[in-house]
Design a protein around this ligand. Structure first.
Ligand code: ITT
Length: 199
C-alpha cells in the first residue's frame, strides 16, 4: 500500500483525519513516524497559501504524498480575527484554554446577535511530480459567552451551532466530522485521494 503523510503537529486535527480518511488505500503516516521534526514556514496571509506551503515543505522532505491543513476561526465582530493567527492568538506558549479566554474577553461587550463567526479550513494535497491541489470547507456558527462541552479541541467549546443548540464540543465527533470546516474540506479531498490510490 502506498504511504501518505499527514503533516500536522496538532493532535486534535490528527485524530479527526484518522477518521476522515479511514478506508483509503494508503498507509497513513505521521511526521514522527518518518522522523521529521522541522517546522514548515507558515507566514503567508491566507489559509490557502499556508496549507500549500506546509504540504509542499513536508512532501519535499519525505518524498510522499502529503496532506496539510491551515485552519482557523473568523469572528465577524473582530473583522475576521483571529483567522490565520488562530493558533498564536494568545501568544506562543498559550494553551487552548488561554486562547478561548482571550477571545471571550475580547468579545465581552459584543451582544449575542453580533457574535457570528465561521471556522475555515483549507486542505492541501502535495503530490510528488505533480501540482498541489487545495480543498476548502467552512462551518458557520456564533461565539458562546462561556465554554461548554469536552469533545474536540481548540475553540470548539465556544463555537455554538444554533441549529443544534450545542457547541461543537458538545456534539458527537461523528457529527463534527460531517458538518465541520475540516470535514467538508476532507470530503472533497477524499475524491482526489481515491483517484490517486486507484480505488
Ligand atoms: P499544524 O500547523 O501542525 O497542523 P496548528 O495547530 O498550528 O497545527 P493551524 O496553524 O492550522 O494548525 O492553526 C489552527 C488553529 O485554529 C488551531 O490551533 C485551533 O486553535 C484553531 N482550529 C482549527 N480547527 C479547529 C477546530 O476544528 N476546532 C477548534 N479549533 C480549531
Amino acid at each position: 500500500m502506498p504511504r501518505m503523510l499527514l503533516a500536522t503537529t496538532n493532535r486534535g486535527k490528527a485524530a479527526e483525519y484518522d477518521v476522515l480518511f479511514k478506508g483509503l488505500d494508503f498507509e497513513q503516516v505521521t511526521l514522527d513516524q518518518v522522523g521529521i521534526n522541522q517546522e514548515a514556514p507558515e507566514n503567508y496571509p491566507t489559509f490557502e497559501e499556508n496549507a500549500r506551503s506546509k504540504a509542499e515543505f513536508y512532501s519535499a522532505l519525505s518524498g510522499l504524498i502529503t496532506i496539510a491543513d491551515d485552519s482557523g476561526l473568523e469572528v465577524d465582530a473582530l473583522g475576521g480575527e483571529p483567522g490565520i493567527r488562530s493558533s498564536r492568538y494568545a501568544g506562543d506558549n498559550a494553551t487552548d484554554t488561554d486562547r478561548v479566554n482571550f477571545l471571550l474577553n475580547k468579545l465581552r461587550h459584543i451582544p449575542p446577535e453580533k457574535r457570528t463567526a465561521k471556522f475555515r479550513c483549507v486542505i492541501a494535497v502535495a503530490i510528488p511530480g505533480s501540482s498541489t491541489k487545495t480543498f476548502e470547507g467552512e462551518c458557520r456558527g456564533c461565539i458562546a459567552v462561556k465554554p461548554r462541552g469536552e469533545n474536540g479541541f481548540g475553540y470548539d467549546p465556544i463555537f455554538y451551532l444554533p441549529e443544534y443548540g450545542k457547541t461543537i464540543a458538545e456534539v458527537m465527533p461523528e457529527l463534527k466530522n460531517e458538518i465541520s470546516h475540516r470535514g467538508r474540506a476532507a470530503q472533497k479531498a477524499r475524491t482526489l485521494l481515491e483517484s490517486l490510490s486507484g480505488h
